[in-house]
Ligand binder design. Sequence first.
Ligand code: RB5
Length: 146
Amino acid sequence: MKIAMANDHGATTYKLEIKKMLEEEGHTVIDCGTDSEESVDYPDYAKACADKVLSKEADLGIVLCGTGIGISIAANKIKGIRCGLCTNTTMARLTREHNDANILALGQRTTGIETCKDIVHAFIETPFSNGPRHIQRIEKIKQLEK
Ligand code: RB5
C-alpha cells in the first residue's frame, strides 16, 4: 500500500518510527515532512498529505501532531478529506468501516507509540463497509462541502 505521512514538530519522533515500521512491512511511504523539531505550522503539513491522497498518489494518509487535533481539524477543511483522529483501534476500525476515512490522525503527546502502531494497522487493514446507510451519510458530508 502507498501511504502518505505528514507531521508537525510535535510528532516527528512518532512519524519516523511509524514510517520505519510501515516500510519494514513492505509499504511505500510518501513522507511529506517535517523531519525536524523546528517549529512549523501543522496546516501546511495537513495539506501536503491531503494532496497526495486526493491525487491518488497515496492510497491513504497519516497525519500527526502533538495531540492530533490541530492537524485533523486542518485536514478536514480540505474538500474530499475525511480525517479520523483515533486514540484506540476500535476508532480506527470504525472510521474506515463507517466513515471511509482516507486520513488517520494521531497525537504524539496523547497516545503511546505501541497503541499508535496498532491503530495504524487497524486503519490500513480495514476496508470501507460499503453499507448503504454509510454511503448515504458520506454523500451528505459531500453535500456539506458545497
Ligand atoms: C504544536 O505546538 C502543537 O500545537 C501541535 O502539535 C498540536 O498539538 C496542535 O493541535
